[in-house]
Ligand binder design. Structure first.
Ligand code: AMP
Ligand code: TRP
Length: 344
């Protein structure tokens, strides 16, 4: 019998190995993961199989996977408190993807916002063929979640539609076969955690920003961080006040709040009567104080691939144990005969 009430909640989340993580990723995602590992049983996946749904370079994927793992650990993910693993290292994600795909209506996948956006961009860029993996992306994501029977799934706003599909598929499976999957809940960080580009405060800070000065990366050197913050776009006034009309300075106030733990009011008071230049200098100091120890730790980890691999191996083994329990149920319910292990 499962004593769910006594058990810690199971958290699962994944991210694509995008290489360098920016301040938005830190505030909107990684920071929450570091907190959650204290109270929940956490599985964090680096989804390399999702990364190949768009055109890519294998050598970059390999490097980015190590980089992401090292950055997560440098931010405080603790291998003794959570399982950090690479998706392709755990057998079952692709297998469950297949079983779920057979339950998932094609039309539902074709209507997904992210599929439409990404396929439109590929066609506009002259790509003649769009791989069907892109269409199945949300089903693989549902498999990532359901294979661990997760209770809670931390995701950004943009992934809500995909999480809904995972919930639908859990219910469909449970109804068609028999109760098997938990129906997971999204965990979306509070609003206000949306960090905007330093060069265009109307747009989210994002890796795909064409302007290299728009994003603050946690592994940028202190000089680079300072240069980017000092040249952040602001308005022509000079009072450090949070306001929807002053998006540039408001974004810097949010950043200051997020890295220093101070409230907006505290920041406004502290900088009353000061110039933007003084404030930007203080924001630079605060961001550097937060990121520099992370960068140093990251560089140390990147020099020790054997250690990184040992952490990822341990994470994959724990993930595999949980995935195996789910998959043996799923295959049995699907009616697959296991002639290798035999029927018991
Ligand atoms: P991405 O790799 O851009 O999809 O980002 C991974 C996660 O980081 C998202 O699901 C969000 O939780 C978070 N994130 C990304 N960009 C931002 C941003 N500009 N502000 C806040 N959170 C962000
Ligand atoms: N699609 C998610 C993103 O781009 C990444 C992802 C893949 C994920 N599988 C997942 C997130 C499972 C949460 C749970 O952000």
């Amino acid at each position: 019998m499962e004593e769910t009430s006594l058990k810690r909640k199971v958290v699962l989340t994944c991210a694509q190995p995008t290489g360098k993580l920016h301040l938005g990723n830190y505030i909107g995602a990684v920071r929450q993961w570091v907190e959650l590992q204290e109270s929940c049983e956490c599985f964090f996946g680096i989804v390399d199989m999702h990364a190949i749904t768009m055109p890519y370079v294998p050598a970059d994927l390999r490097k980015n996977t190590y980089m992401c793992a090292a950055q997560y650990l440098a931010c405080g993910l603790d291998p003794d408190k959570c399982s950090l693993f690479i998706q392709s290292n755990v057998i079952g994600h692709a297998e469950l993807n297949w079983v779920l795909a057979c339950l998932c209506p094609l039309g539902q996948l074709e209507r997904m916002t992210q599929f439409k956006d990404k396929s439109r961009k590929l066609s506009a860029g002259g790509d003649v063929s769009i791989g069907s993996g892109l269409l199945f992306y949300p089903v693989l994501m549902a498999a990532d979640i359901l294979i661990y029977n997760a209770d809670i799934v931390p995701v950004g706003e943009d992934q809500k539609q995909h999480l809904e599909l995972a919930r639908d598929l859990a219910v469909k499976f449970n109804n068609f076969y028999s109760p098997t999957f938990n129906v997971p809940e999204a965990y979306i960080p509070k609003t206000g955690a949306r960090i905007m580009s330093l060069q265009n405060p109307e747009a989210k800070m994002s890796k795909s920003d064409k302007n290299a000065l728009g994003s603050l990366y946690m592994i940028d050197s202190p000089d680079v961080l300072r240069k980017k913050i000092m040249s952040a776009v602001t308005d022509s006034e000079s009072s450090v006040k949070f306001s929807p009309e002053k998006k540039g300075i408001s974004n810097l106030i949010s950043i200051m709040g997020a890295v220093s733990g101070k409230s907006v009011a505290e920041i406004e008071n502290e900088f009353a009567g000061k110039q933007y230049g003084d404030f930007k200098k203080a924001v630079s100091d605060a961001v550097i104080a937060k990121f520099d120890p992370i960068r140093v730790k990251y560089e140390e980890l990147m020099r020790d691939k054997a250690y990184l691999e040992s952490v990822l191996k341990r994470g994959a083994e724990a993930a595999q144990r949980r995935a195996d329990r789910t998959m043996s149920k799923v295959y049995r319910k699907a009616g697959f005969v296991d002639a290798v292990r035999g029927s018991k």
